[in-house]
Design a protein around this ligand. Sequence first.
Ligand code: AMP
Length: 364
Amino acid sequence: MTALPPGSTIGILGGGQLGRMLALAAANLGLKTHVYAPEADSPAFDVASARTIAAYEDEAALASFAADIDVATYEFENIPVATVDFLARSIPVRPGAKALACAQDRINEKSLARQLGAMTADFAGVDSLSELETRLADQIAMPCILKTRRLGYDGKGQAKIFTLEDAPQAWAAMRDQPSILEGFVNFQSEVSVIAARGTDGEFRAFDVTENEHRNHILHRSIAPARITPEAAAEAVVIAHRIADELDYVGVFAIEFFALHAAGVDVLYVNEMAPRVHNSGHWTMDACDTSQFEQHIRAIAGWPLGSTRMTAPGAEMINLIGDDIAAWDRLAAEPGAKLHHYGKKDARPGRKMGHVNRRLAARPH
Ligand code: AMP
């Protein structure tokens, strides 16, 4: 395909901070953005050329959105597949519905990873309490984790199971939704690959990132991850295979658990996000190209940018809830790059901003 020229309009479904940073990156390349989101106070609206406030099921609003844009993308994976299918009848949607459908279901995600030669935790589908009890007795060793197959994020919709007695309460927490039972992985660290695939199949990955969570929310990322070069290369190979298999266009993240044993790092795929990802925010200030610019380049059919790091190391810290009150101190810190999402209410657990720091040495 030919590249969309500057002046073209990118439609973004979802108006959170990821949409906001995508719109800023698009503007830097001379591209306009039209953000479509149901919430009137969406942070991305402040920096977009046009906005639509409507439900994802509103076909009249979707039709006029489609008429105003040259390509559509999305900034979160819980967009209904039907919305993407509707738009795809009149304009390209990147990444496509196939990637979205895969990433919306934890069983599809893990099955795909295994089919492509990657390791994952042991897993099994669970649709009832009796099925859960059978799986616990025969198939998945405890401790393990029960998760809803769909619509989970930041640890929501999850319950740990240590003994058979935990089963009823864990099942009740799923609220009768189709679920997945996963063996507990005793990992030493969590790492992610942020990578992009272009319309022509070109693939580029950023340095592997290491992620530390607090209360199930990402707290800190550092790059490059402290894993062996062999494991880092393997993570990128797995990401490449997944992207090719899904005929993916755009930026995506694959999250892994890393286990260190006898000097070797073993990686288990945990999940995939078909979008720019919180663990890639450090690229904004420590790479030739940020993940946001890379996504815009990919979906607009432009050549992908260099993913080279411009510092020996990088760190990103999320500003959650009241953490954002430190904006003035962070703004005064030499070398700290503050990113404020412009959200009004600093509710507990809400991602309000982040700060990036370039490190003088590789993390060790
Ligand atoms: P998820 O929503 O799958 O990303 O899970 C949220 C967090 O729960 C992960 O980042 C891990 O810290 C933890 N977790 C999820 N699944 C497992 C597992 N199978 N074994 C160990 N920890 C897990």
